[in-house]
Ligand binder design. Structure first.
Ligand SMILES: Nc1ncnc2c1ncn2[C@@H]1O[C@H](COP(=O)(O)OP(=O)(O)OP(=O)(O)O)[C@@H](O)[C@H]1O
Ligand SMILES: [Mg+2]
Length: 235
């Protein structure tokens, strides 16, 4: 009988392991306040292949929530687990490795090195993450022809696409996208979203997208609205 119980236990462990392997990020009961309380008790699960959109009015705390989920900001309360491990429990070294290799951040203000060319910006990312620059991604993003230009010579939308190429060069497991297509026309924005969707499918990655564009949001598997300090699932 003990043998059977032990067998069952092994099986049970295997199942929980599989669930853990599927899960990339798990946020539990997150609350945060700046001048006013932004949100409380926000929980969210992100599995391989998932795409989640977060919408909500300006000032509702979407970017703040994304900063917390992407480990840039510690929440007042609650926890964030990445790859099954509590971020608060990670050593500085462990956390910087995860950030460098596995998390891809595209934020409202994109921080390219301004004195450098687009290619030099990508080379830094490629070197740090020991990956290759993928010319086919540059072609799809429509910046292949601009790659030798200085960042300051590029349009706002081109800079945004270089910052997207830079993040994808790392081949991250989780993409955190804050209005990644805010400077782009509709057709280009949709093409960029196609690239993100293809990427998460190919790399078994996942993404959390913050946007004001409900049409773009609805392309994601799940959509949440940050409203009245709560995160409400709307799709
Ligand atoms: N570092 C900070 N220190 C103090 N207050 C902050 C900080 N970051 C954000 N806030 C405040 O928190 C609130 C929510 O900001 P946040 O950037 O998260 O909103 P948002 O939903 O992303 O808005 P938007 O749609 O305009 O980008 C704002 O009132 C903002 O002033
Ligand atoms: Mg914001």
């Amino acid at each position: 009988m003990w043998k059977n119980i032990s067998k069952l236990k092994d099986r049970f462990l295997a199942i929980t392991d599989i669930i853990t392997l599927m899960n990339l990020l798990s946020a539990k009961n997150i609350s945060h306040t700046f001048e006013y309380e932004l949100f409380r008790d926000v929980s969210l699960e992100l599995d391989k292949g998932d795409s989640i959109a977060i919408i909500g009015i300006s000032g509702s705390g979407k970017s703040t929530l994304l900063h917390i989920l992407s480990t840039l900001l510690a929440p007042d309360a609650g926890s964030v687990e990445i790859f099954g491990k509590d971020v608060q429990m990670m050593s500085k070294k462990e956390l910087s490795k995860i950030k460098r290799d596995s998390l891809g951040l595209v934020f409202q203000s994109h921080y390219l090195f301004r004195g450098f060319s687009a290619r030099e910006n990508l080379e830094v990312a490629a070197m740090l993450s020991k990956q290759e620059i993928d010319d086919s991604v540059l072609k799809r993003l429509g910046i292949y022809e601009n790659i030798e230009q200085k960042v300051t010579e590029l349009s706002g939308g081109q800079q945004q696409r270089v910052s997207i190429a830079r993040v994808l060069t790392k081949k991250p497991r989780i993409l955190f996208l804050d209005e990644p297509t805010g400077n782009l026309d509709k057709a280009t924005a949709n093409e960029v979203m196609d690239i993100f969707f293809d990427f998460i499918e190919e790399k078994e990655a996942a993404m959390i997208l913050v946007t004001h564009d409900e049409e773009l949001a609805s392309r994601c598997k799940r959509v949440y609205r940050l409203q009245d300090k709560e995160l409400i699932m709307v799709k």
